[in-house]
Write a protein that binds this ligand. Structure first.
Ligand SMILES: Cc1cc2nc3c(=O)[nH]c(=O)nc-3n(C[C@H](O)[C@H](O)[C@H](O)COP(=O)(O)O)c2cc1C
Length: 403
C-alpha cells in the first residue's frame, strides 16, 4: 500500500498531523515596542547554543508581535506552568490590550514577564531569517530564571500535563503498595500513605490520579479513594470492550478505500511485539508494570491504525493495563508465552494485509486473555487467603469499606 510520506508533495494536513506528534512545552513570547506591550503564545521555541547561550523562536509573519519584535530587537520567553493553560489561550487570540488586568513585572530590557511562569528568558535579537510563512529570530540570552514545577505541555493540538506514571517514584511505590498489600475496596488513608512513603499528601494525590486512570483505585464521595475490586466479570467486560475497539479499529483502518495502514504504522506494531519478546527472553517478568506497559503499547499501536484519537481515547479509558498489572502478578509464564505467540499471529496478518485474519487472531487473543486473567485472579484469591498479608506502609489505612 502507498505510504503518503514517501511522496514529496504530500497533503499539508498530513504534515500537521505528523509534526503535531512532537510534544512541546508552551511559552508566551513578549516584547515592548515603543512603550506598547505585545505577547503571543508560541510552541516553536528551541535552545540553539550553549556558548554563547542562544535560543530561537519562530513567529508567523502575520502575527502582530512579529513586527514589534523585529523593531524592538528584544523578546522575553515566558515558559508556562502546567496550570497556566488559560494564559496560553488568552495569548493565542489576536486582540489589543492583551495585558489589561494581568500582573506583570519586566526584564532588564523591558519585556513583560508574566506572574507564576515556570521559567523566564530575556533575549536580544542577533539575527532574523525568513522561512516560509515564519520569521525565525535567533536570540542571545541576557537573563534566565526558573522555579520548581511542571510545564504546560502541548501535544496533537491539546494542552496537557507532563508526568510520568512509571518513572515517578511516588506513583511506582504507591502502585506497588496498593496492588501488593491492600485488599479490594480498602480505603486509602492519604496521610498515612504520605507518611509511609516520606512524601507530602499532594504527591500522593497526584499519583492517585495516575492510579485512577489505570483503574487500580476509584473514588467514592463517602469514603474517598479505595482499591478497585478486580472481579473476573470486570476483567472479562473490559477485555471484551478492548477487543471490540481493536477490531473496530481494524475495520476503519482497512475499510478506507485509500490510505490504508502504512508500512510505518505496521512497523510500530512490530516494534511493540519485539519489545515484549525482548522482555520475555530476558525473563524479567517480575517487572509486571513494565510488561503491562509494553503490552499496552502494542494494543494501542493496533488501535492507532484507525488514526482516530477518539477510538484511542476510549481504549485508554478502559484501563486494561492497570488490571493486567494486578492479574499478571499472579499469572504463570506459560500463559504469558501463549499470549505473545498470539501477538505474533496478529502481526503476521497485518503484515500480510489480511484484516480478516488479524480480526480473528485478535478475537482469539481476547478470548484466551480473558481466561488466563480469570485464572490468575483465582490463583491470587487463593494466595491471598493463605498469605499473611502485612501492611508495612501503613497501619492506619482503614479496611474493607469502613471510613
Ligand atoms: C499552543 C500554541 C502554540 C503556538 N505556537 C506558535 C508559534 O510557535 N509561532 C507562531 O507564530 N504562532 C503560534 N501560535 C499562534 C499564535 O499564538 C497566535 O497566532 C497569536 O494570536 C499571535 O498573536 P499576535 O497576533 O497578537 O502577535 C500558537 C498558538 C497556540 C495555541
Amino acid at each position: 500500500m502507498d505510504d503518503p510520506l514517501q511522496h514529496p508533495e504530500f497533503d499539508s494536513s498530513i504534515f500537521r498531523d505528523v509534526v503535531g506528534r512532537f510534544a512541546s512545552g508552551v511559552s508566551v513570547i513578549t516584547t515592548n515596542d515603543e512603550g506598547h506591550d505585545f505577547g503571543m503564545t508560541a510552541s516553536a521555541m528551541s535552545s540553539l547554543s550553549l556558548d554563547p547561550p542562544m535560543i530561537l523562536i519562530c513567529v508567523n509573519r502575520s502575527a502582530a508581535s512579529r513586527q514589534a519584535i523585529s523593531h524592538a530587537r528584544v523578546f522575553g520567553v515566558n515558559i508556562l506552568h502546567e496550570d497556566q493553560a488559560s494564559l496560553a489561550v488568552h495569548f493565542a487570540t489576536p486582540k489589543a490590550d492583551k495585558f489589561n488586568a494581568l500582573s506583570v513585572s519586566r526584564g532588564a530590557m523591558g519585556c513583560p514577564r508574566l506572574e507564576g511562569v515556570l521559567a523566564w528568558l530575556e533575549c536580544e535579537v542577533v539575527e532574523e531569517v525568513q522561512g516560509g510563512t515564519h520569521s525565525v529570530y535567533f536570540g542571545k540570552v541576557k537573563e534566565a530564571a526558573a522555579r520548581d514545577g511542571r510545564p504546560l505541555a502541548y501535544f496533537r493540538g491539546q494542552f496537557g500535563q507532563l508526568y510520568s506514571r512509571n518513572t515517578d517514584p511516588v506513583a511506582v511505590s504507591l502502585r506497588e503498595h496498593v496492588l501488593g498489600t491492600l485488599s479490594d475496596d480498602e480505603v486509602l488513608n492519604l496521610e498515612s500513605l504520605a507518611h509511609g512513603l516520606g512524601v507530602g499528601v499532594p504527591d500522593i494525590q497526584r499519583s492517585l490520579s495516575s492510579l485512577m486512570a489505570e483503574g487500580v483505585v476509584y473514588h467514592d464521595v463517602e469514603h474517598g479513594y479505595r482499591v478497585r475490586h478486580l472481579t473476573e466479570q470486570r476483567i472479562a467486560r473490559s477485555v471484551e470492550a478492548a477487543c471490540a475497539i481493536e477490531m473496530g479499529a481494524l475495520d476503519v483502518a482497512f475499510g478506507r478505500t485509500t490510505d490504508r495502514p502504512s508500512a510505518n504504522e505496521i512497523e510500530a506494531v512490530a516494534m511493540a511485539v519485539e519489545e515484549l519478546e525482548r522482555m520475555l527472553v530476558q525473563g524479567n517478568m517480575d517487572d509486571t508494570t513494565s510488561y503491562a506497559r509494553a503490552n499496552s503499547h502494542l494494543h494501542e499501536a493496533i488501535v492507532s491504525l484507525a488514526r482516530s484519537p477518539e477510538l484511542l481515547d476510549a481504549y485508554r479509558r478502559l484501563a486494561v493495563p492497570g488490571m493486567l498489572v494486578r492479574a499478571l502478578g499472579f499469572a504463570d509464564g506459560e500463559s504469558v508465552r501463549e499470549r505473545q505467540d498470539e501477538h505474533r499471529r496478529i502481526l503476521e496478518c497485518l503484515r500480510a494485509g489480511d484484516p480478516v485474519g488479524a480480526r480473528l487472531a485478535l478475537f482469539q487473543h481476547a478470548h484466551n486473555s480473558q481466561a488466563s486473567r480469570g485464572n490468575a485472579l483465582r490463583n491470587r484469591s487463593a494466595g491471598h487467603d493463605a498469605a499473611d498479608v502485612g501492611a508495612p506502609l501503613t497501619q492506619t489505612s482503614a479496611t474493607s469499606g469502613s471510613s
